[in-house]
Design a binder for this molecule. Structure first.
Ligand code: SF4
Ligand code: SF4
Length: 472
């Protein structure tokens, strides 16, 4: 029985409610008066219910799809402006006791190189990342309670935050590790993590159990209730996602929205981010075996409808996607992207070939400078901002700032100041010229006079006195 406030996985992700929603959407996909009403509601930036969102996703009328895309772009612009936040994944360990069928780190894969970084090796990785200009990381590990216990993760976080190299620093560590206990989530919170990220992979219980035949992750309820435990452990910024292509995308789309509604109903705080990965090639994984793989067109529609339905949530896309695909979805709602990613353990420092231990093949292989340059060309402000959680803007406090559109007042100047740091310390001459031009043309657009004046002062101090890490 569907109960948005239940803490039981099969009640807040209720199969009956998802099936009824899919049926409702089919019946109303050409109900244009209803679709007009849904779009009017979405235009007030208040978001949509999963049923309303599914009607939009099901709609096949080209003129209405274009309206949805336009609205998605408008909402994105209002909430986030034209900044795109940059991050990089850091793989610490690929030992894994689980049997996930779609991931080459599954326990039975005997020919992939297994590695776990020592603290000294982590230092080398972080130095390489800092030398590129990164300020925000997402830690990734396989699940192995013996080889990769929580204490190892906590020690690694401490190591990462302690490294100050030239003008560099990692200022926000997000963590993507297996579902764990309330006590461990509390420890992660105390270690100063940003967002706790955990992909559901698929919300369909039957498909989930087929895809996860062995290991602790095979427990659907324990995995699905992980965000509740994270919230109970004090982590109020959580990141959700599904791996599109594992199961029927419409089912997972509804599941994702129902999960967001559950978190909001129970904790007054929906997901801080939603990631939209698609299944892609990897060692011993062939996406052709997954008949549910989705086309670029459907992928774009998913991103646009998510943007319209959950306007307060940051949306993340990784280097699994090609440059072309990334370019399209940036317009439609994605607000955070990875750059120059290595998806192997030890991939950033020398001596760890990607093919030996990577989790998936990267489609976008450009350097960070090339990605920053490309974003500037497209008219975006690449941002290395990490201000919110450092200023205590997390959880429901953060949500209310996004819902009212006020966060853009912080995002825009912070984007300019962190871009300036990047230009001063890491950029190629061409990127620097483009970045400076972007800063000059954007400063007059900062609406608040005081913020504008302070931004100018900080930019000057960075350039002339070498000061770093200003933020609003
Ligand atoms: S998806 Fe995660 S849990 Fe599953 S095999 Fe890969 S690393 Fe292990
Ligand atoms: S101000 Fe907050 S929401 Fe905006 S980019 Fe910085 S950390 Fe993200």
């Amino acid at each position: 029985m569907y109960d948005v406030k239940s803490k039981k996985a099969t009640e807040f992700i209720d199969d009956g409610e998802i099936q009824a929603t899919l049926q409702y959407a089919i019946e109303h996909k050409a109900d244009f008066p209803l679709i007009d009403q849904i779009l009017e509601k979405a235009a007030t930036y208040k978001g949509l219910s999963h049923r309303e969102a599914m009607v939009l996703l099901e709609c096949e009328d080209p003129a209405y799809i274009e309206k949805i895309f336009q609205l998605a772009m408008e909402i994105k612009q209002r909430n986030y402006g034209n900044r795109i936040v940059m991050f990089a994944p850091l793989y610490l360990s690929n030992y894994c006791v689980n049997g996930c069928r779609y991931c080459p780190y599954h326990a039975k894969n005997k020919h992939i190189a297994r590695r776990q970084l020592s603290q000294e090796e982590i230092v080398q990785e972080v130095l390489a990342l800092q030398d590129m200009g990164h300020k925000r990381l997402a830690l990734e590990t396989g699940e192995d309670p013996v080889r990769c216990p929580i204490d190892y993760v906590l020690e690694s976080i401490k190591t990462i935050y302690s490294i100050k190299h030239k003008n560099g620093a990692i200022r926000r560590v997000n963590v993507n590790i297996a579902a764990t206990t309330v006590e461990n989530y509390r420890k992660l919170k105390e270690a100063g993590i940003g967002t706790y990220i955990l992909f559901q992979e698929t919300y369909n219980k039957e498909a989930y159990e087929y895809l996860h035949p062995t290991g602790p992750k095979s427990d659907y309820a324990y995995h699905t209730e992980a965000m509740d435990r994270a919230m109970e452990g004090g982590i109020d910024d959580v990141g959700c996602g599904v791996l599109f292509g594992l199961n029927l995308y419409k089912y997972d789309f509804v599941g994702l929205l129902i999960h967001a509604e559950h978190l909001e109903a129970v904790y007054n705080c929906g997901p801080h981010t939603i990631s939209v990965p698609r299944i892609c090639p990897a060692d011993d994984i062939d996406p052709a075996e997954y008949s549910n793989a989705i086309s670029d067109e459907i992928f774009e529609k998913i991103v646009a409808v998510l943007r319209v339905a959950v306007p307060y949530t940051g949306m993340i896309i990784s280097t699994r996607e090609s440059q072309r695909s990334r370019e399209k979805v940036l317009r439609l709602g994605v607000s955070q992207i990875s750059g120059a990613s290595r998806t192997s353990v030890g991939g950033y420092a020398e001596g760890a070939p990607e093919e030996d231990s990577s989790q998936f093949e990267v489609s976008d292989n450009r350097t960070l400078d090339e990605v920053v340059n490309w974003l500037l060309e497209l008219g975006y402000i690449p941002s290395f901002c990490t201000a919110c959680y450092r200023e205590g803007r997390t959880g429901d406090r953060f949500m209310s700032l996004v819902k009212t559109g006020q966060i853009a007042n912080c995002c825009q100047p912070n984007a300019l100041m962190t871009l300036k740091e990047y230009l001063e310390d890491y950029a190629s001459p061409d990127t620097k010229a483009k970045g400076e031009a972007m800063i000059q043309q954007t400063i007059p657009l900062i609406p608040n006079e005081k913020v504008r004046r302070l931004t100018l002062e900080h930019l000057k101090a960075m350039e002339q006195e070498g000061v770093r890490d200003f933020r609003f």
